[in-house]
Design a protein around this ligand. Structure first.
Ligand code: ATP
Length: 204
């Protein structure tokens, strides 16, 4: 996938601009950190790139090879993890994974049991999500994101609530992603984005 931002800008209901005139091109394999102060627009830009919010001005194009992608196709190419993303709390872990992978393809040819093992959740298959700790919920969100077949991975504050084992697991999963995937990380923690080769600083 290739992504072109053409002079995109965002403001909410005629308030001041959060950012303006952002133009950039991203190609397979790019690893991009979005940094900046609180409220500078990191999450907003991530949501716009993932098609979850619209820019106020400008345009984004997604290409799959030479083909311009329709906006409604984008969802099949994106995986996203953030602390504010809701899980379905009434599901057990097994039910959550079965539900998610009814709609999304698993990256590689892993079974659900292998996935559970790779997320360090063996023994928790029947535990309800609502009874997961905050760090376990975050690891599950990241696992769903990493192990969903996609060409664009969007991570917002990925190591929120993770302990050292979880943070090491995060680093390992980042390095296991296929090289052609584009990864964006909205963060101000170097430990979350040190693998990136580009930085967009949103602070004006
Ligand atoms: N739905 C919304 N309606 C109105 N204003 C919004 C909305 N979403 C975000 N904002 C505002 O847009 C600005 C940028 O918010 P955003 O969450 O993108 O910042 P951020 O850089 O990710 O912040 P943080 O580092 O605190 O996570 C903030 O002033 C925020 O209040």
């Amino acid at each position: 996938m290739e992504i072109t931002l053409d002079k995109i800008g965002k403001r909410f209901s005629n308030k001041e601009w959060i950012f303006k005139d952002l133009s950039q091109h991203f190609k397979p394999g790019d690893r991009i950190a979005i940094t900046g102060s609180n409220g500078s627009g990191k999450s907003t830009l991530l949501k716009i790139i993932g098609g979850m919010a619209l820019p106020t001005t400008g345009e984004i194009q997604y290409h799959d090879g030479d083909t311009l992608m329709d906006a409604d196709q984008l969802i099949n190419h994106v995986s996203f993890a953030s602390p504010y993303l809701e899980l379905i709390e009434e599901f057990s872990l097994s039910e959550m994974l079965q539900f998610h992978f009814q709609f999304k393809k698993i990256r590689g040819s892993l079974s659900l049991n292998e996935l559970i093992d790779k997320m360090y959740f063996t023994g928790h298959e029947h535990k309800l999500i609502k009874n997961f700790s905050s760090g376990m919920k975050q690891r599950l969100k990241l696992g769903l994101c990493f192990f969903t077949h996609s060409s664009l991975v969007l991570l917002d504050e990925p190591s929120s609530n993770l302990d050292q084992v979880g943070t090491d697991w995060y680093q390992e999963q980042i390095h296991n992603l296929p090289p052609e995937v584009i990864v964006f990380v909205a963060s101000n923690l170097a430990s979350e984005y040190q693998f990136c080769n580009q930085i967009i600083n949103m602070t004006q």
